[in-house]
Design a protein around this ligand. Structure first.
Ligand SMILES: [Zn+2]
Length: 259
């Protein structure tokens, strides 16, 4: 089973069918060959720290629309040219949603601290007997998201795609702090057991389940039991609050401004 992953290079269509199904029928996750891959290439080296502007300047390729600082800022939100952030209790917290995009050339790779925490979380779940894979879907560059999103739009139309997939520059996966958990059959993790475990325990490892039931209007996305966002120490307080990141820190979320 595992060997299968490393051979896959593009996920996309698979991810789609699962997410689409899971909106109405969580149990549909068992159905067919839905596979997700991670970008193994991003795993190896400890790239730059998240807080560093590691963008490749002057490449001129990805210069288009996302990331333009014409966003209406909430109080407490700042922009450093690459990403927006808020002041958390223990330090800066990067934010990325349909209101606050990332610069197209913001390309930090996986955050080493977040990945280390993720491995601990996965090991803990495996120790509990949950069939969680060591593979996951983590960092995605702006360019990767261009292809992914376009596939979804082609398949489902833009309105539907916008409910579960981010436009390029708006994906939290571009932060390097976000990971989709995958089970040993190659599906995104949607089963009730591990999903509940995550809601209860992910914060111990510094993660929040980013898109939860009843929060679509605030987060801009349908619930995703498998999508974890690394926060660090404050994750526990956020989880205890029952609030989305938007509500907890008080920044705008919901749909795209141009809709
Ligand atoms: Zn995700």
């Amino acid at each position: 089973m595992k060997a299968r992953f490393s051979k896959l290079t593009l996920v996309t269509v698979a991810l789609l069918s699962l997410t689409a199904c899971s909106q109405s029928k969580p149990d549909a996750s068992k159905s067919s060959a839905k596979e997700v891959t991670k970008q193994t290439s991003t795993k190896s080296s400890a790239k730059t720290s998240v807080a560093t502007d590691s963008s490749k300047k002057g490449s001129g390729e990805a210069s288009s629309k996302a990331g333009k600082p014409d966003v209406k800022l909430d109080a407490g939100v700042t922009y450093n040219g690459s990403y927006y952030s808020v002041k958390g209790k223990y330090g800066e917290v990067m934010i990325a949603n349909k209101h606050y995009p990332l610069s197209p050339d913001f390309n930090p790779g996986e955050d080493p601290k977040a990945v280390a925490a993720l491995h601990e979380l996965i090991a803990a779940m495996q120790a509990e007997g949950y069939p969680i894979s060591d593979q996951y879907s983590g960092f995605r560059s702006y360019e990767t998201q261009v292809g992914l999103y376009q596939n979804y739009v082609n398949q489902d139309g833009q309105a539907a795609a916008d409910r579960y997939s981010a436009r390029p520059g708006y994906s939290e996966h571009q932060t390097g702090l976000t990971f989709d958990l995958i089970d040993t059959s190659g599906n995104l993790v949607t089963e009730p057991g591990p999903s509940k475990w995550l809601l209860k325990n992910a914060a111990k490892y510094g993660f929040v389940v980013r898109y939860q039931e009843g929060k679509e209007k605030v987060t801009g996305y349908v619930p995703e039991s498998w999508h974890l966002r690394y926060i660090g120490k404050e994750a526990q307080e956020i989880a205890d609050s029952g609030l989305s990141l938007e509500e907890y820190y008080g920044f705008t979320g919901g749909d795209y401004v141009d809709k």
